[in-house]
Design a binder for this molecule. Structure first.
Ligand code: ADP
Ligand code: MG
Length: 232
């Protein structure tokens, strides 16, 4: 097993007016390449803060973060942006699709902006991803013509367009009904199996995590327990 993410004694304190809010108190965790990992905990437990730190969107107050062999604490903001473009894909709770772009264009966008790719190759990549998430027949629709589950499938495809090593999904199922939530999780798992990408997602819904490899339970800025799931 190869460690792809290593968090060592991570502390994150936000300043809210006159008070310090410790969002993460002392988090140490290793994540192995190609695993499907979830951080589970109630609202306010520190899930978003943790994923933002792994995703080089935020920096810890204390501790070291190593992602894909890079100590991201040593990067400046421009280098962090480059690092994200090269290594990471993101999936959000509210899908974050661009409303004036079609499904095809939403997925194509990172290949224009982040990894400059010729048009014909872009089409190949987008079509291949759309068929993997079973949305090829919806490619010319706009986001507001899709259900929540369909939007999230598009967002999953978009997160994979630049062939990231790690995909971070912050509560990707929070705005979905149960059936769509399971579909999205199973889809992420299938893509993990096919591509070897490391998937990390967070949820406050303990019922949703049946299919993952590792569950880390967050409570009040601390990992209370880590369980390896045996499914079969
Ligand atoms: P979760 O995603 O599990 O709901 P968060 O990581 O968003 O938890 O928040 C953890 C704690 O940090 C909460 O107490 C929250 O209020 C606080 N917090 C998060 N972001 C900020 C911020 N930008 N400023 C001040 N406090 C914040
Ligand atoms: Mg959150």
């Amino acid at each position: 097993m190869e460690t792809i993410i290593k968090l060592l004694n991570i502390r994150k304190v936000y300043r809210a007016g006159e008070v310090d809010v410790p969002a993460l108190k002392d988090v140490t965790v290793d994540i192995q390449k190609g695993t499907f990992v979830s951080f589970v905990g109630p609202s306010g437990s520190g899930k978003t803060t943790l994923l933002n730190i792994i995703g080089a969107l935020d920096t810890p107050t204390k501790g070291t973060v190593t992602v894909a062999d890079t100590n991201i604490g040593l990067l400046n903001s421009k280098e962090r942006a480059m690092f994200r473009g090269e290594n990471l894909g993101f999936i959000f709770q509210d899908f974050n699709l661009m409303p004036v772009f079609t499904v095809f264009e939403n997925i194509e966008y990172p290949l224009i902006m982040v990894k400059k790719t010729p048009k014909e190759r872009r089409k190949e990549i987008v079509h291949s991803l759309l068929s993997k998430v079973n949305m090829l027949d919806q490619k010319d629709k706009f986001p507001d013509q899709l259900s929540g589950g369909q939007k999230q499938r598009v967002a999953v495809a978009r997160a994979l367009t630049t062939s990231p090593r790690i995909v971070l999904a912050d509560e990707p199922t929070a705005n979905l009904d149960h059936e769509s939530a399971y579909m999205v999780i199973n889809l992420m798992k299938k893509l993990r199996d096919e591509s070897g990408v490391t998937f990390i997602f967070s949820t406050h819904d303990t019922k949703i995590v049946g299919e993952v490899d590792i569950i880390h339970t967050l409570e009040d800025g601390i990992i209370q327990k880590s369980e390896e799931v045996k499914y079969g």
